[in-house]
Write a protein that binds this ligand. Structure first.
Ligand code: ZN
Ligand code: ZN
Length: 367
């Protein structure tokens, strides 16, 4: 893996933010920029070079994984290591020059307490500047390697839907269905689940985040199944809602409306379209069916190294979709105390539209 193109994009962004350097502390961002998958690291990057800091536990892992950055192994805590390194080598970054060294930090990921501590350790002339997710902004558009990894994760995730459908039976606990799913996922070689699996049956299906509970699946009603797997670092995310027993006319009507809304939203996805437009396509359809007030969350989100990434596909967002973004499209309707339905696919944005990655059929499956 060549990390230079990713680092080069960030260096351009560092210039645009009028910074001399950026200290990256969010682990998925570090992984994206230099390949390190461990749990203790910081990456200092500036035009010209980058330095990766870790401690002794990760020295051999770092030399095996980190590319495109010099590795510095220190016993001290990460921020202290970085501050000491800057005190010694800061002239490379602009320390001592007029204007001093403007050092960006990832404000969304460094606590106020850590930032204060760090500021106290930095040499005179080095000033901290908060930034708002410059790496995440770059990560929103996936490169070829990432799309292939996401595709593989989605295919594996989708293949597990059969396990879920087989496990769903009246009287079975939701956690048992989740256990069957997660066991099969592990056997298939996944690194983990993208998030705690949602298996929400009967009235619980009306909870948009009904994580599998000890509730028994009733003899008649919907079961919302929302799950994903992590494969080579990348997350999948899908939802299918199945019905146990014969659905009522109302249940069928709601299911069809959610499916229509999902297809309408997918039909709008294209390079250059605003995320609000995609959200509005799903929302308008559900409003037309009298169900608008029961669609209580946003239409989707970016997905990649993390399960929830930029962009958010929501009404109040101004972001524009760009080719290479990988997002979910997942409208839902939740009738409190009755039932809920959600259908979710992952799609890649292209110049002319999008490619739906999730191959699992979406017609109402009754079990
Ligand atoms: Zn999901
Ligand atoms: Zn999702």
């Amino acid at each position: 893996m060549d990390y230079k193109p990713r680092q080069n994009k960030l260096v351009v962004s560092i210039g645009e933010h009028r910074l001399n350097a950026l200290l990256v502390t969010h682990l998925p961002n570090i992984r994206y920029l230099c390949g390190f998958t461990g749990s203790c690291g910081a990456l200092l990057i500036w035009p010209g070079a980058s330095v990766f800091f870790t401690d002794g536990r990760y020295s051999s892992q770092a030399s095996g994984e980190v590319r495109g950055a010099k590795i510095v192994v220190r016993r001290a805590p990460l921020l202290q290591s970085a501050a000491e390194w800057i005190a010694k080598n800061g002239s490379k970054l602009g320390l001592g020059k007029p204007g001093g060294l403007k050092l960006g930090i990832e404000a969304e990921h460094l606590s106020i307490a850590a930032t204060k501590r760090f500021a106290g350790m930095l040499p005179v002339g080095c000033k901290i500047r908060p930034t708002s997710m410059p790496v995440e902004h770059i990560r929103a558009v996936k490169d070829k390697d990432e799309v292939e990894r996401l595709r593989a994760a989605v295919l594996l995730g989708s293949s597990l839907f059969d396990v879920v459908a087989k496990a769903i039976q009246a009287g079975t606990r939701e956690t048992q269905v989740a256990a069957e799913l997660e066991y099969a996922a592990r056997l298939a070689g996944v690194e983990g689940m993208s998030f705690p699996s949602i298996i929400a049956s009967g009235k619980r299906s009306a909870l948009p985040h009904g994580v599998a509970s000890s509730a028994e699946i009733p003899s008649r009603g919907f079961v919302v199944c929302d799950f994903g797997v992590i494969l080579t670092g990348y997350c999948s995310d899908m939802t299918r809602t199945v019905h146990v027993g014969c659905p009522t006319a109302e249940a069928r009507r709601v299911y069809e409306a959610v499916l229509e809304a999902q297809l309408a939203a997918i039909a709008t996805v294209r390079d250059g379209v605003s995320v609000a437009e995609v959200d509005s396509a799903a929302r308008k359809l559900l409003q037309k069916r009298g169900l608008g007030t029961y669609f209580t969350h946003s239409t989707g989100h970016g997905v990649g190294l993390e399960i929830h990434e930029s962009p958010r596909i929501a009404a109040n967002q101004t972001e524009i979709l760009r080719a290479g973004m990988v997002i979910t499209v997942e409208p839902g309707v939740y009738l409190p105390g009755k039932f809920g339905v959600r259908i979710e696919d992952m799609v890649v944005v292209t110049e002319s539209g999008c490619e739906v990655l999730t191959p699992t059929p979406k017609e109402l499956l009754t079990l």
